[in-house]
Design a protein. Structure first.
Length: 504
């Protein structure tokens, strides 16, 4: 009970506590911060980053550091475009807030009333799930990352498969992070707005705020000349990789932006829905968006906290006695964090063209320490300056590799189908046996001693798709035969079983 009261007091304090005393809101030394950032870029081997700091409606710092690509010289500046990953969820909640302000949506509206195709494993749960449940990760079903990573399937197709999401815990009894349900929330908003989620986001948020470099569609990235190259650490060093198509993720992770645009996004929230005289939502809606909807009692974010919760598209916690609202994000080769301290009207956004490090989150907290007037010796440490190695394990034939005799593979060839992941064809193409998915990258099949097969996705398994496969670019597969010796089923590790269709 005491813990609950503390949560309520601290969150309520976001709106009613007076600003901290002047002595605790000191001007920070931008020179010291600049030195810290430059040193950290070298320590952590981060090619480039951008930062925006706003306070009291003013932009305190807007700057880029380093280079867009480790192999080039183009500098990062405040207009350089980065992917936001899961920090996109703040925009999902923001668009919902606009629709609530327009009177077209209520936070408590039932999903099935707008999306009849939405189905969960239980009819009652399907009927009772509401928009604020989707935006606070409290429905209690598991996330299936292969439904949205590495796939060309549409968001509509993902929503049509929500009935396959297994239960993790009771409805509204806890927190279960779920990207698929954020995609569902976006489709619900699109139905209400009578346009795609991406069009609504541009019309109702980006355009009114003048966020001219921001968007959410992969095809737009090529037109952004001032964009960074994503990087992954391999053997302790950053290596550039291509941008990945994140369109399927949409409201869960496809937004891209820059420091200049995010400064406006933070000012809007710190202004309780109003920026430069233009109101997108009212203070009451802002209060609801920042209020805890799911408590996170057993989750640590790397610093001591009295409480942790998830609001609507934002994490809410405390840091050194002050309530903060924030969200981080990771996508293929990029990381981001947006952090707000509403009682001080302070906002910090940090973008970097590597993944993953704790650098950006630790730097956010360090800036908060500086603004809190803490002595330098008490500032947040920037973590261990040791980049992670994310070289995905690749397939190696080795001595156990067996040749594929056409007479042997003929029984394997055919079409297989999964209700969850669609169709997959196994066909011989020249000297190779190919596993070709309908919505995922193709793979080359290799046979090893003992009848073990591996599907090698090669370079197509880079990034997060490879992580979902277990940190490697290949997956073990198994063919199952019936009593007559004919193959009836194909099992792909990570995807599950595919039944052979009749006539194949």
């Amino acid at each position: 009970m005491k813990r609950y009261l503390l949560v309520c007091f601290l969150i309520f304090g976001l709106w009613v506590l007076p600003a901290a005393p002047a002595g605790q809101q000191r001007e920070i030394s931008l020179e010291i911060l600049d030195q810290d950032i430059r040193k950290a870029l070298g320590d952590f081997q981060v090619p480039g980053m951008a930062i925006a700091i706003v306070r009291d409606g003013q932009t305190i710092l807007l700057k880029g550091y380093g280079v867009r690509n480790i192999e080039g010289r183009e500098p990062v500046d405040e207009y350089s475009v980065f992917g936001l990953g899961s920090a996109s969820k703040t925009f999902a909640a923001g668009l919902a807030a606009v629709l609530v302000h327009e009177g077209r949506l209520r936070w408590e509206d039932k999903v099935a009333d707008f999306l009849p195709e939405f189905k969960l494993y239980d009819p009652w749960l399907t009927k009772e799930t509401r928009m604020n449940d989707l935006l606070s990760h409290r429905v209690g079903v598991a996330d299936l990352a292969l439904l949205f990573l590495g796939t060309t399937r549409s968001r509509e197709d993902v929503v049509a498969r929500t009935g396959f999401l297994p239960a993790m815990q009771g409805f509204r009894t806890g927190w279960a992070y779920n990207n698929i349900l954020f995609i569902t929330a976006g489709q619900m908003m699109a139905r209400i707005a009578e346009m795609s989620w991406d069009e609504a986001l541009r019309e109702k948020i980006f355009s009114p705020l003048g966020m001219t470099s921001s968007g959410s569609l992969f095809r737009e990235i090529a037109s952004r000349s001032n964009r960074v190259s994503p990087h992954w650490y391999e053997n302790g060093h950053p290596r550039p990789i291509p941008w990945s198509d994140m369109d399927t993720l949409g409201p869960a992770g496809s937004v891209y932006s820059n420091a200049a645009d995010l400064a406006k996004w933070m000012k809007l929230h710190l202004g309780r829905g109003t920026l430069d005289g233009r109101t997108l939502w009212n203070p009451e809606i802002q209060k609801t968006m920042f209020s805890p909807h799911s408590l996170l009692p057993d989750i640590s974010f790397g610093w001591p906290a009295s409480f942790s919760a998830y609001a609507l598209g934002w994490f809410v916690t405390d840091y050194r006695g002050r309530a903060i609202v924030w969200h981080s994000g990771n996508c293929d080769g990029m990381s981001a964090v947006i952090g707000l301290r509403p009682d001080d009207r302070l906002g910090i956004a940090i973008l970097q063209n590597t993944f993953p490090t704790r650098f950006e989150s630790d730097l956010m907290l360090r800036v908060m320490d500086m603004f809190a007037g803490l002595p330098q010796k008490e500032w947040r440490a920037l973590g261990e300056a040791a980049p992670m190695s994310l070289a995905l394990k690749t397939y190696s034939p080795g001595e156990k590799e067996k040749s594929l005799d056409p007479s042997f593979t003929q029984n394997l060839e055919g079409r297989y189908i999964s209700d969850l992941y669609g169709t997959v064809d196994v066909r011989r193409e020249g000297e190779r046996l190919i596993l070709r998915f309908g919505d995922y990258p193709a793979a080359v099949l290799h046979l090893q001693e003992g009848g073990i097969f591996f599907a090698d996705f090669g370079h197509e398994a880079r990034g997060m798709f490879g992580l979902i496969l277990g940190g490697q670019t290949y997956a073990q597969i198994e063919f199952t035969a019936g009593r007559d010796g004919l193959i009836t089923e194909l099992s792909v590790k990570g995807f599950g079983s595919f039944k052979r269709t009749s006539g194949e």
